[in-house]
Design a protein around this ligand. Structure first.
Ligand code: PXG
Length: 290
């Protein structure tokens, strides 16, 4: 595997960053997780847009342009002869002194890894996931805005540990008001009749790119879409529930906190959206090979 660091390619063994990089010392940096399908990078522009928005919020000056970043991602895929896979893009604050002041960091570093993705086992897509709500509350906007896809994922990691301890794959995080926010690496949707609902971004959800694609697909299919504040009660009484994310795509949820959701099997609206999503990922995106 060839790994891009600041414009050069390194073997896995030689791809190294400094122990003085503030990405490591303080989690001061940002990332994106992107997929390639069938020789194309899916929703590349949207991912790079979000990266630049995260950077702006952190006053992190990405050393290359938006266009150069798009090209670097595509070039890294080509260098690795990738057709299907997962691209991890990281921008760190760069090398600084001990002490958290970002002004001491000379230049942010850009890292791009293009490799394989570890997916949920296929049986979860067929049968649906069992998940739980967890005690760790989603970060407050006023503390660390969940819209920033930062290297500081401890809030989500704590929730993931609670899911692991509960013997399930994913955790639903509530916000400080008790409304449903999102999962540790996925957004959440419910279906009720002809209505598709997902928490508003203001409830503490990431501006998920898969979330937006699913909203657009659902609108095309004539579903009514809304973004209300949702409670656990709303989840328990939904007809269907599913999660969305670059890694998971769309994955059905059939049990939450011991309550069976809908029929206890992946629902028809979910299945329809899964097939629409798969068709889209297979046929669109930034071509890697011209
Ligand atoms: N919420 C959070 C907290 C996330 O980290 C999503 C929602 C879904 O967003 P997208 O844009 O992917 O639809 C994410 C995305 C990884 C990994 O390696 C994490 C994500 C995506 C891909 C890989 O852990 N998180």
């Amino acid at each position: 595997m060839k790994i891009y660091i600041d414009g050069k390619y390194y073997s896995e063994q030689n791809a190294k960053i400094s122990v003085f990089d503030h990405g490591l010392l303080y989690g001061d940096g940002i990332f994106e997780g992107i997929r390639a399908y069938n020789g194309r990078v899916f929703k590349l522009k949207e991912h790079i847009d979000r990266l630049f928005y995260s950077a702006k919020a952190l006053l992190l000056d990405i050393p290359i342009s938006h266009a150069a970043m798009m090209k670097a991602v595509v070039d890294t895929c080509r260098q690795n002869k990738l057709r299907d896979g997962y691209i991890r893009l990281v921008v760190t604050r760069g090398i600084g002194t001990l002490g958290l002041n970002p002004n001491r960091c000379k230049k942010p570093s850009v890292i791009i890894i293009a490799g394989k993705i570890q997916l949920y086992p296929e049986e979860y897509y067929k049968q649906g996931l069992t998940i739980i709500t967890v005690p760790t509350v989603r970060n407050l906007h006023s503390a660390l805005n969940p819209a920033i896809k930062s290297l500081n994922y401890l809030n989500n990691i704590l929730a993931k540990i609670e899911a692991n301890n509960g013997g399930v794959e994913e955790a639903i995080m509530l916000n400080a008001e008790g409304f449903v926010s999102e999962c540790t690496g996925d957004n959440i949707f419910i279906v009720k009749g002809n209505q598709l609902m997902t928490p508003p971004l203001s409830a503490g959800a990431l501006y998920g790119i898969t979330r937006q694609v699913v909203i657009d697909l659902a609108r095309e299919s004539g579903l009514t879409i809304s973004e209300p504040n949702l409670t656990r009660y709303d989840l328990f009484n939904a007809d269907e529930c599913f999660l969305t994310g670059t890694g998971a795509e769309l994955i059905p949820v059939v049990k939450i906190d011991g309550r069976i959701v809908g029929t206890g099997k992946p629902g028809t609206v979910t299945k329809q959206l899964v097939s629409q999503y798969r068709a889209l990922t297979n046929g669109s995106g930034e071509p890697i090979y011209g």
